[in-house]
Design a protein around this ligand. Structure first.
Ligand SMILES: [Zn+2]
Length: 494
């Protein structure tokens, strides 16, 4: 079931394309990525503890590059600027059209000139940096057309990146201040291989706008991705599976949803944007299934486990609703990925302010951990899944796929952990020894909050080993019997 590391498919030029976020140049808020919903969550010293960062007010004002959306490597325009602007506006409209969410956008015109950028067309890294600086300053939210991918190339990033979004500034009050999106037009220039069709590229635009809104990646119907990679067949996904595949999935590998006759957003995308920005109708359209993922001891919480709620299939329809209608969350998505530690607090001394040396004067001082994410320990293994109300669901756990790291990550950790136990469903008799295939349906009513849907993972390692109990277990269970065998010859036994 597991697939090889990304190198394999990155060298396969056919069609496996990263929709990746962040990690361009200034890595402002790029380390821990929170997911299965919000991109960033506040901590005790920054933002609102345990609450997602969202835009404070609507509409969100953006500005668009003045150059072509796509051009040849020689610079000949393939998709003109006006067409690009129209498409950007249309893709923002996709999010705005979600009736259960209250998001809106305004195009304020061309990207404002700043020192180092004056010709209207962001086409070099220097210009990109200049515009990024104005985004960090909160001056503007630029949509950059990297018309032939040359900016990405100069940044040293993979040519298979279709686009990225980076949140340039977050406020201490828990809001997104500014964001910047780059779109790689090489996928639309008719020359560079591989090419995307217009609807596939539009999906990449919508995806990056999802990040702009504060959404992280989501993992649902992972088996579709695994199958595509294993068979090296892309762009022809099963339609039931595709219907449930989030647009916020980290990798693009299927035909466009519109090309398959599906609506532009998957149920999970719609649910989470409605959770972050609920309109008046959201509370009656959705219910919430919540719980905590535990290790086998039933006490210790497991962070970074992907949790998926699937609608129970209706046997009277030809479609498979369990694949089409699914929602997800990652356990611990509101908890920090880095709570900090004091062991290396005085390691690697440095001169404060030089080469990134922190105020502590020690480069490896991680005493405070990351400023993002809650320290409320009840959230370590907790999850919340918004689901369409009025249906019944199963809930299951699985690993976040190991391909999804860094800018492609899903969940609190930039590098995912393997599921400590085995994939399993929730059932009424949850225990560390239950049948992982046994599930019980969870029915929902509008606005209902269903808590306590806890899953105890099967077969995980003991919470403590013999070295963590002050030595008593080591002594009585292991050392002493061994000493009896060798005849009480050690000094302590004399
Ligand atoms: Zn992404």
């Amino acid at each position: 079931m597991k697939i090889t590391r990304s190198l394999r498919f990155l060298t396969h030029r056919q069609a496996l394309l990263h929709l990746t976020l962040l990690l361009a140049i200034g890595v402002w808020f790029a380390k821990p990525l929170f997911a299965g919903g919000p991109l960033y969550v506040g901590g005790p010293t920054f933002g609102v503890d345990g609450q997602p960062f969202t835009w404070a007010s609507m509409p969100i004002h953006y500005r668009v590059d003045g150059g072509p959306m796509a051009s040849t490597s020689g610079g000949q325009s393939v998709i003109a600027n006006a067409t690009g602007i129209t498409r950007v506006q249309s893709m923002f409209q996709t999010w705005q059209n979600v009736s259960t969410a209250a998001v809106s956008f305004t195009n304020d015109g061309p990207i404002l000139p700043v020192t180092g950028f004056s010709d209207g067309d962001v086409s070099t890294v220097a210009e990109f940096d200049a515009v990024a600086g104005s985004c960090q300053a909160g001056t503007q939210n630029p949509i950059v057309f990297d018309a032939n991918g040359s900016i990405l190339q100069s940044l040293g990033l993979s040519p298979l990146i279709i686009g990225f979004s980076q949140q340039c500034a977050l406020s201490s009050s828990g809001h997104i201040v500014s964001d910047m999106v780059l779109l790689n037009g090489a996928f639309q220039n008719g020359v560079t291989q591989p090419q995307l069709d217009a609807n596939q590229f539009n999906e990449a635009i919508i995806h990056e706008m999802g990040h702009l809104l504060g959404l992280d990646h989501s993992q649902i119907n992972l088996d579709l991705y695994v199958q595509a990679v294993n068979q090296q067949v892309f762009g022809s996904c099963n339609v039931d599976q595709l219907a449930g595949l989030p647009l916020m999935f980290p990798i693009s590998f299927c035909q466009a949803r519109l090309d398959a006759g599906l609506p532009p957003l998957a149920p999970d995308d719609v649910a989470w944007i409605s959770r972050l920005y609920p309109s008046a109708t959201a509370s009656t359209a959705y219910a919430t299934i919540s719980g905590t993922i535990f290790f086998s001891d039933g006490k210790s919480q497991a962070e970074d486990v992907n949790v998926v709620a699937r609608e129970i299939d209706d046997p009277n329809t030809p479609q498979d609703e369990s694949r089409r209608v699914a929602f997800s969350s990652v356990s611990g998505y509101r908890f920090t990925a880095n709570p900090g530690q004091t062991v290396t607090a005085q390691y690697l001394p440095c001169n404060v302010g030089q080469n990134g040396c922190p105020a502590s004067g020690f480069l490896d001082n991680n005493s405070a951990g990351d400023e993002l994410g809650s320290r409320n320990t009840s959230l370590i293994g907790s999850y919340d899944i918004p689901v369409l109300a009025g249906h019944s669901y199963t809930v299951e756990v699985e690993s976040v796929d190991r391909d999804f790291t860094g800018g492609s990550s899903v969940g609190p950790f930039a590098t995912p952990i393997p599921l400590p136990g085995v994939p399993e469903f929730w059932n009424l008799q949850e225990s560390a020894n239950d049948d992982p295939t046994a599930s019980d349906p969870i029915s929902t009513t509008p606005g209902q909050s269903i808590t306590g849907t806890d899953i105890i993972l099967n077969g995980t390692q003991p919470r403590f080993d013999q070295f963590e109990d002050g030595g008593s277990e080591l002594w009585y269970e292991q050392v002493k019997p061994w000493r009896h065998e060798i005849g009480n010859s050690l000094p302590e036994d004399v």
